[in-house]
Design a protein around this ligand. Structure first.
Ligand code: BGC
Length: 500
């Protein structure tokens, strides 16, 4: 018996290993890196750009950021975008995911005035990428709302669904001829649960009402933008649209914790996916019931504002692919009698009375919220594939933070190797994963984490006026993966077009 198990185990382990040693990413697979406007551009008040809600928050309340820094200059990509393209070339990337700053393009927040400089900045970036054979993947909104719209209620005001749709329409009209991959909104979870949970701008503490208004409004705003694309641009430009979802993977601590784990997945991710990607649309029913019961007990009408039947139809099916932001995995269990729930959203949920944490067997890093469980990515891709009728999945963020890792960031290199291996295995499982944009191209402004932790393939010298970018070991590794299309590449380094 023991012998039989050992043989099976050995086949499983060595089989998988030699399989990934030989497996290659398809020629059509898109490798890229990702970034976001506020995190890299700087030039916060250059030309006619108006302040975003992040500018306002961090100018008024620098103490909310770990090192009291902000994105005023960041990586200065507003001026150094040519170098960014060069780095993508060095890495051998054929896709670059970046976001457009709403207050840079539409300083009033509305299409009554389009900034010439803002428009040209993104035109230059897109043209520069295409000249090098790099597909632009554009995120229309990545957390940086014009402050003037925040003053009108921001994402808690249902009218934002039209404001966003009008902004998206301008973006499609300006860049749709060249951009084929779109993300309407990045991570509503970060915006809503973060923004109304004091993890992000607008830094409002309103976890019972504001968070859920934002939740609904992001779904409708995304859908309106998608419908505009369908109506006015799809026939001409044939682009693909989605919304990117931040989705830790969750596993039960014990088999009996599966039900609460499913509910945790609903709260974390299906709340932002079910309305769009499920056949029936609307909120995930079990979760909706439970949250609304909680709300009623506290004297509220509901947590999740109901969709009208028309809204369900408007939102349902508004995707061409699933855009997944995956970082790590958690194990889930119910709280024990007398025990407090873990803090929302990395460690648990008082709404569900659960705790989730790292499995003690997993490799941890110096960053508290992080653990290595690469298999989680493959498990999650399989879950997505069977739960929703998605024909294509793109991993739009995946990466690991380090503290002062210098240039020899072996932990990041290992992370990419092991997570990419799981992507390869998922493709081998038959899942149509067509692209992967690593988070992130270079160290940048990590929101409330400031410049303390970094995720970059390239290190950035934030005290140098040129914001010098230098490749890390992980970048060297990545550039071999893109050229060999293998996770265990055997590439002659001297042949790499690599700037030392
Ligand atoms: C966000 C990025 C952020 C990254 C790392 C993602 O959730 O989209 O803006 O920098 O996580 O925390």
């Amino acid at each position: 018996m023991y012998f039989k198990c050992a043989v099976v185990l050995s086949i499983l382990i060595h089989g998988a290993w030699s399989a990934t040693e030989q497996l290659k990413f398809p020629e059509t697979f898109m490798f890229g890196a990702a970034s976001a406007a506020y995190q890299i551009e700087g030039a916060w008040n250059e030309s006619d750009k108006s302040p975003s809600m992040w500018d306002k928050l961090l100018h008024d309340r620098p103490e909310v950021v770990m090192d009291r820094s902000n994105g005023d200059v960041a990586c200065d990509s507003y001026h150094l975008w040519r170098r960014d393209i060069e780095m993508l070339e060095e890495l051998g990337m054929n896709m670059y995911r970046f976001s457009i700053s709403w207050p840079r393009l539409l300083p009033t927040g509305f299409p009554n005035y389009i900034s010439e400089d803002g428009k040209n900045y993104y035109n230059n970036l897109i043209d520069g990428l295409l000249e090098k054979g790099i597909q632009p993947m554009v995120t229309i909104y990545h957390f940086d709302l014009p402050q003037s719209l925040q003053d009108l209620g921001g994402w808690a005001n249902p009218l934002i669904t039209d404001w966003f749709a009008d902004y998206a329409n301008v973006v499609f009209s300006l860049y749709g001829d060249r951009v084929k991959y779109w993300i309407t909104i990045n991570e509503p979870m970060g915006m809503c649960d973060g923004g109304y949970g004091e993890f992000a701008a607008p830094y409002i503490n309103d976890p019972y009402v504001g968070q859920y208004l934002c939740n609904k409004n992001t779904m409708v705003a995304h859908a309106k933008a998608y419908r505009i694309y369908d109506e006015l641009y799809r026939d001409k430009y044939h682009g693909k649209l989605s919304i990117s979802t931040l989705f830790f993977w969750f596993k039960p601590v014990e088999p009996e914790d599966q039900e609460i784990t499913d509910l945790t997945i609903d709260l974390w991710a299906s709340r932002y996916s079910h309305p769009i990607f499920s056949k029936e649309g609307g909120w995930p029913p079990k979760l909706e019931r439970l949250l609304n019961e909680n709300a009623k007990k506290q004297g509220y009408r509901y947590r999740l504002p109901p969709f009208t039947p028309e809204e369900i139809e408007l939102v349902r099916g508004t995707y061409d692919y699933y855009a997944l932001n995956h970082y790590t995995t958690r194990v889930v269990r119910r709280t024990k009698p007398g025990e407090k729930a873990g803090a929302w959203f990395f460690y648990g949920s008082p709404e569900l009375n659960v705790r989730f944490d790292k499995d003690p067997r997993w490799r941890t890093t110096e960053i508290d919220w992080f653990a290595f469980y690469p298999e989680g990515l493959r498990e999650q891709l399989n879950w997505l594939n069977t739960t929703y009728d998605v024909k294509e999945i793109i991993i739009t963020e995946n990466g690991i933070p380090t503290l002062n890792s210098g240039l020899v960031d072996i932990v990041r290199l290992d992370y990419y190797k092991e997570y990419l291996e799981q992507v390869l295995l998922a493709i081998n499982d038959g899942i149509n994963v067509t692209g992967y944009t690593a988070w992130t191209l270079m160290d940048n402004f990590e929101w409330l984490g400031g410049y303390v932790s970094n995720f970059g393939l390239y290190a950035v010298n934030f005290t140098h006026p040129n914001r010098t970018r230098t490749p890390r070991e992980s970048a060297r590794y990545f550039s071999k993966v893109t050229r060999s299309r293998m996770v265990h590449p055997n590439v002659d380094e001297t042949k790499l077009n690599y700037v030392k």
